[in-house]
Design a protein around this ligand. Structure first.
Ligand SMILES: NC(=O)c1ccc[n+]([C@@H]2O[C@H](COP(=O)([O-])OP(=O)(O)OC[C@H]3O[C@@H](n4cnc5c(N)ncnc54)[C@H](OP(=O)(O)O)[C@@H]3O)[C@@H](O)[C@H]2O)c1
Length: 276
C-alpha cells in the first residue's frame, strides 16, 4: 500500500493517477475527504501532517510525502515507527547540500524534511523540482481582467516544470527501487524569464499581454499582509537571485521517466480556460 500525502494538490493528483495506472493500491490523505474529489479506486482517509500520530499507516510500506505540518522530525519518525520503509519526498531545487545555512525559509523547511527523513533510517528519494509551471495561475485574474500583468521581477529566470512531470518522476521513484538515495533535480525543458512566460501565455491565447514590473518593496508589503514575512522574503529573494541568471536545465525527467519533459507552452495549452 502506498500512502499519498498532498493527494489533492497540483502534483499529488497526478501521483494518484499515475500509481493507479501502475496497478498500485493507494491510500490518499486529505484534511477534507468530503471535498477531495479523488478517483473511486483510491482509499481516501482523513489526515493532517500536523498530527502525524493519527495518520492511518497500517499496511503502508511506501509514502509520497510533501512538506506540510509543523514538525518534520515527528512526521518522519512516525512513518518509520509504523513500518513505512521507503519515502519519496517532494522537496525543492532551492535546497543546497553541505551547508548549515539554506537560502531562505522555504529551502530551510524542505531541508529540515530531508534531514528528518535521512535520520529516520527509511529509504528515500528526494524530488527537487524547479518552479512549477502552474505558478503562473497567480496571473490568471489579471489576464482575465485586462492586457497588463503587474508583478515583480519580470526578468527572473526559471525552467518551469509541468506538475505532471514532477508526478511522473515521483511515480517511478515510488515503484522502482533504482532511485533510492537519489536527489533528483527536475526542471522543464527550457529556461525562460517570467516576462517570456507571459509572452507564451499571450501567444497561446492569441492576445497581446504586457508585463509591467512592480517594485519589490511594494509587493513585499502587500504579500506580508497575507503570508509570514519570512516566506514572502524567501519567495521574492529567489526571484531577485535569478535575475540575469538563466536556470540550468536538467535531463532528469527524461532519465527517470523515459520520455521528454512537457514544455511550458504545452502546459499553457492545457490550461487556456484558466485564463479566459
Ligand atoms: N510551486 C512551486 O513552484 C514549487 C516548487 C518546488 C517545490 N514545491 C513544493 O510542492 C509542494 C506543493 O505541492 P502541490 O503543488 O502538489 O500542492 P498544492 O497544489 O499546493 O496543494 C497543497 C496540498 O497540501 C495538502 N496539505 C496542506 N496542508 C496540509 C497538512 N497540514 N497536512 C496534510 N496535507 C496538507 C493539501 O491537502 P488537503 O487540502 O486535501 O488536506 C493539498 O493536497 C510544496 O511543499 C512546495 O514547497 C513547489
Amino acid at each position: 500500500m502506498i500512502l499519498v500525502t498532498g493527494a489533492t494538490g497540483s502534483v499529488g493528483r497526478h501521483v494518484v493517477d499515475g500509481l493507479l495506472k501502475e496497478g498500485q493500491f493507494v491510500r490518499a490523505v486529505t484534511r477534507n475527504p468530503a471535498t477531495a474529489g479523488l478517483p473511486a479506486a483510491v482509499e481516501v482517509v482523513e489526515g493532517d501532517l500536523s498530527a502525524p500520530e493519527h495518520l492511518p499507516l497500517d499496511g503502508v510500506t511506501t509514502a509520497y510525502l510533501i512538506a506540510m505540518g509543523d514538525n518534520p522530525y515527528e512526521v518522519a519518525q512516525t512513518l518509520a515507527d509504523n513500518g513505512v520503509s521507503t519515502v519519496v519526498f517532494l522537496s525543492t531545487s532551492e535546497v543546497l547540500d553541505d551547508t548549515d545555512e539554506q537560502p531562505g525559509a522555504i529551502a530551510a523547511r524542505h531541508a529540515a524534511f530531508e534531514d528528518a527523513i535521512q535520520r529516520s533510517g527509511m529509504l528515500w528519494t528526494f524530488l527537487r523540482p524547479n518552479e512549477f509551471a502552474g505558478n503562473v495561475l497567480q496571473w490568471a485574474d489579471q489576464v482575465k481582467a485586462g492586457d497588463v500583468v503587474r508583478a515583480p521581477y519580470g526578468d527572473a529566470w526559471s525552467a518551469p516544470i509541468h506538475e505532471r512531470d514532477v508526478a511522473a518522476a515521483a511515480v517511478r521513484a515510488l515503484v522502482d527501487d533504482r532511485f533510492h538515495g537519489a536527489k533528483l533535480v527536475l526542471t522543464g525543458p527550457e529556461a525562460m524569464t517570467h516576462r517570456e512566460q507571459l509572452g507564451h501565455i499571450a501567444s497561446v491565447l492569441g492576445r497581446k499581454l504586457e508585463f509591467e514590473e512592480l517594485p519589490a518593496a511594494a509587493v513585499r508589503e502587500r504579500m506580508a499582509r497575507f503570508a509570514p514575512v519570512e516566506i514572502v522574503d524567501a519567495l521574492l529573494g529567489r526571484l531577485a537571485e535569478t535575475v540575469g541568471k538563466p536556470t540550468t536545465v536538467t535531463s532528469t525527467v527524461y532519465h527517470v521517466t523515459g520520455r521528454r519533459p512537457l514544455t511550458f507552452r504545452e502546459w499553457v495549452a492545457e490550461h487556456v480556460e484558466d485564463f479566459r
